[in-house]
Design a protein around this ligand. Structure first.
Ligand SMILES: Nc1nc2c(ncn2[C@@H]2O[C@H](COP(=O)(O)OP(=O)(O)OP(=O)(O)O)[C@@H](O)[C@H]2O)c(=O)[nH]1
Ligand SMILES: [Mg+2]
Length: 406
């Protein structure tokens, strides 16, 4: 028996449906409004007060897959340069009756660092520019005035950004709020006051500010999620993600509809959130660059557990699992050995339902049979997802690591 209060994915979907019907009822013009429209065409431009009062502001349309594709960037080459240090100043204090007041040139301020900072609101590297120049430090001034330090320049990057210089990995920004100093600001120069010594009471020396550090970094995004959805094209990965989460990847009856990874969050009643990543479909021979190749598999490298989605509507569906595992192994050894569960989709189709016992027999294990389209048996998947998540949390804590939190 499955406790119905454990998760809230279906009620949410139903609530959305209720919202839609309420909205539809409101925008239908009332009879008085129709009368007005028929009576005088000139009144058409004047909206009915009754209707406008209840009309809701137009909702923001979700981005289509095509637009997301334009905006989704998962690697970037960036030139970063720290701010230049301010120059030290050489000058002497002088006032009436104190003609030789000594050196009073202040130091220049330090140049500002350029810092990469993880921001959960940022979903891709598309907002990252190709070059960044940090803020310069201010020059020193008279009367021992020190220049102001350059402010830190923050570059906002998504969770899961890998920072590389050449082949060396410098940082792995996998948690919200993580920061990495990409380029250090130059130090400020010294004013002549700094060089005052017993044997030199009137130094004229001052030093210029140092240029900031400059380097070329390669940023690579590896999506961070708890579960990775792996399956052949058209298996229904995006449909399933839409059914269990608030993500809205495009769904269509042709292969390779999804070209970029999408992350959806499954909300449970105990406020637990599990992130599920839908990645483009894999086909046989993907490791030889067939289909979309395997480059996008980096997006499931960070998923501690996997959901293998098998399409029951095609003959011999069990071969899909072997092929998927093989391709994953080709990409990264051990990837297919992560904790996983097999999900058999499209159970609503009669021929698919008939293949289920055969699939179970071939796999030698239970597969979760469901329908992403009708929502049948989604509860079992949600429970299994929670189990996998709890297991992941327990093993991470056992090994003294912090489990991934969303
Ligand atoms: N009958 C039935 N059709 C489904 C079900 N799930 C998905 N489909 C259909 O299968 C087709 C492919 O669905 P998608 O969700 O786009 O499949 P995908 O795995 O994301 O495909 P790619 O993005 O190309 O890899 C669509 O026409 C869906 O309507 C299901 O449970 N039952
Ligand atoms: Mg898809």
């Amino acid at each position: 028996m499955i406790p119905s209060r454990l998760f809230s994915a279906r009620p949410q979907v139903m609530l959305e449906g209720v919202g839609f019907w309420m909205l539809a009822a409101r925008v239908v013009p009332g009879p008085s409004c129709l009368l007005l429209l028929r009576a005088s065409p000139r009144l058409l431009s004047v909206s009915c007060a009754d209707c406008t009062k209840h009309q809701e502001p137009p909702r923001k349309q979700p981005l289509s897959e095509k637009k997301l594709k334009q905006h989704f960037v998962d690697h970037r080459r960036v030139l970063v340069r720290g701010g230049h240090g301010g120059n030290g100043v050489s000058c002497f204090h002088s006032e009436p009756r104190k003609e030789f007041g000594g050196p009073d040139g202040g130091d220049g301020g330090n140049g500002g660092h350029v810092v990469l900072r993880v921001d959960q609101q940022v979903k891709s590297l598309s907002s990252v520019l190709s070059r960044y120049q940090g803020f310069d430090g201010e020059d020193g001034g008279r009367k021992n005035c020190f220049g102001r330090n350059g402010a830190v320049l923050y570059i906002r990057v998504p969770v899961g950004t890998l920072v590389k210089e050449g082949n060396e990995v410098l940082a792995d920004l996998s948690r919200p709020g993580d920061e990495f100093i990409a380029a250090v600001g130059g130090t400020g120069g010294k004013g002549n006051r700094f060089f005052l010594a017993n044997d030199n009471r009137a130094p004229t020396t001052c030093t210029p500010g140092q240029p900031g550090q400059e380097r070329v970094l390669f940023l690579e995004l590896k999506t961070v999620a708890h579960a990775g959805l792996v399956g052949f094209p058209n298996a229904g990965k995006s449909s399933l993600l839409r059914a269990i989460s608030n993500a809205r990847p495009a769904v269509a009856a042709y292969p390779f509809t999804t070209l970029n990874p999408h992350v959806g969050i499954v909300h449970y009643e105990d406020h637990q959130q599990i992130a599920v990543a839908d990645i483009p479909g894999i086909i046989q021979g993907a490791h030889q660059n067939r289909g979309l190749g395997l480059a996008f598999l980096r997006h499931i490298e960070r998923c501690p557990f996997l959901l293998f989605l098998v399409d029951l509507s095609v003959p011999e569906p069990w071969t899909q699992l072997d092929d998927l595992k093989y391709e994953l192994e080709q990409y990264d050894e051990g990837l297919s050995k992560r904790p996983y569960t097999v999900v058999a989709n499209k159970i609503d189709l009669p021929q698919a339902r008939a293949r289920l016992p055969q699939l179970q027999a071939h796999l030698g294990q239970e597969a979760i049979a469901l329908s992403a389209a009708t929502g049948e048996n989604l509860e079992e998947l949600l429970l299994r997802l929670k189990e996998l998540h709890d297991h992941h949390v327990a093993t991470e804590l056992e090994q003294g690591r912090q489990p991934l939190r969303w």
